[in-house]
Design a binder for this molecule. Structure first.
Ligand SMILES: [Zn+2]
Length: 424
């Protein structure tokens, strides 16, 4: 039975992968609707032939990797349970130490290590693909360093969560999901507060803007939006990527707007001011706080569903998955698997709200800067630097796009341009 379930799971993954291969490479039509042909959103008006081909190829492979990587995680956790690895990790932990907490730490290091090794090939392919297409400029050593930082941050975070989680399960078999959720509120808020000052600097260097002339312009704009100057940062990314980006992060006194130095190097001042005004909207409209609120609501539902699904799986497949009791640490891969599935299922909804906020930010930015030409060309440059698809396939859009496709973003700006040209 165990072997049969393993074979079925692998087979299901392969079929799923083939489906997405067919969908992305043969079925999906990413040709521009004819009414957009020749418009400023038409990539053939601002990319050369080579860039056009590259962006199509690169996006297809990237999208395929995206759709493979999450279910691959599910497969991994499923096989870890099915073939008794989870049971073995626990035995190794018990043989190493007699202290409960230390046993959990050892169990977790084994599980994390196996997960790291299993997902490394896909991550490496993704890195080397991005390197081949000249998006990533990162050396292998620097990439590996980031992977290892990821590993230890994840490990550290779960080392705080897992012992509390299983302690709660033992204390209250029926309500652990609720108590766990209540505890996750201060934890989430604390982590969001620490993110920009403790975690992000482990990966990259952050500093005030280097270009002082540009800084004055940005701070004048920030002043208009009532954002204190000390919240604007530059980050050194040029030795990692050619892509452009800017984002808002952190909460309270650690809230900040961060501009990648690649953005500052590649765009003109007016283009940067548009991008900056876009980020200011996220800051001013407190999108991060809405994000945390939404996340907490979803996680309440998610933890409840996890509780129900874990009990169901243990009842129905406890023998095959070697879980006699969900309150035993051996069920942790099941917890991770269900969590990852729920996150995947929820992603179309979270992406949808994110796209709505992005749309608002674009609108805010153009109203503030009133320079559609700079705005449009900055988005064209963003498309070129990341070789992104202007018109992605439907499933890619709903599962992957936290921002509206460039087709929508650029044509909205073009409409604004036309409208305001007529007014003058
Ligand atoms: Zn944005």
């Amino acid at each position: 039975m165990v072997r049969k379930m393993g074979v079925y799971a692998v087979l299901a993954f392969v079929l799923y992968g083939l489906f997405f291969y067919w969908y992305l490479f043969y079925f999906a039509d990413t040709k521009l609707p004819f009414e957009y042909e020749g418009s400023k959103a038409d990539p053939s008006t601002f990319l050369n032939g080579r860039e056009l081909d590259l962006s199509e190829d690169y996006s297809k492979i990237r999208n395929l990797l995206f759709f493979l990587s999450t279910p691959f995680e599910w497969l991994f956790y499923f096989l870890i349970l099915l073939f008794g690895f989870s049971k073995a990790f626990k035995r190794w932990a018990e043989n190493t130490s007699k202290y409960r907490l230390l046993q959990t730490a050892i169990y977790l290091i084994w599980l994390s290590f196996f997960a790291f090794v299993a997902t490394l090939p896909l991550n490496y392919i993704s890195y080397s693909l991005s390197k081949t297409y000249h998006i990533s400029t990162q050396t292998f050593a620097s990439w590996m360093k980031d992977e290892l930082i990821d590993f230890w941050i994840n490990y550290g975070t779960w080392l705080i969560i897992v012992p509390i989680l299983y302690w709660l399960m033992k204390k209250s078999q029926k309500r652990w999901w609720l108590y766990g959720w209540l505890l996750s509120i201060p934890f989430t808020i604390f982590m969001m507060f620490l993110q920009p000052v403790v975690i992000d600097p482990l990966y990259n260097d952050f500093y005030p803007l280097k270009n002082k002339e540009l800084e004055t312009k940005i701070l004048t704009l920030a002043d208009k939006a009532e954002i204190p100057a000390k919240h604007v940062f530059e980050v050194n990314m040029a030795n990692k990527t050619n892509a452009l980006n800017a984002y808002v992060t952190g909460i309270g006194s650690n809230a900040r707007i961060v501009l990648w130095d690649t953005t500052l190097n590649r765009l003109s001042d007016n283009q940067i001011l548009f991008i900056m005004a876009h980020e200011m909207c996220h800051y001013v409209e407190k999108h991060i706080y809405f994000g945390i609120g939404g996340y907490l609501l979803l996680s309440l539902l998610g933890l409840y569903l996890t509780y129900r699904l874990m009990n169901w799986a243990a009842r129905r497949f406890g023998k095959e998955l070697k879980i006699s009791d969900v309150r035993d640490i051996r069920s942790l891969p099941l917890f991770f698997m269900i969590l990852s599935m729920l996150l995947f299922v929820a992603s179309p909804l979270t992406n949808l709200t994110s796209r709505y906020e992005e749309k608002r930010a674009d609108r805010y930015a153009i109203e503030m800067t009133k320079n559609p030409e700079a705005a449009i060309t900055s988005f064209q440059e963003l498309t070129r630097s990341g070789l992104s698809q202007v018109n992605p396939p439907f499933l890619v859009k709903i599962f992957r796009y936290t921002h509206p496709p460039m087709l929508d973003r650029i044509s909205t700006l073009e409409e604004y341009q036309v409208k305001h040209r007529n007014e003058q």
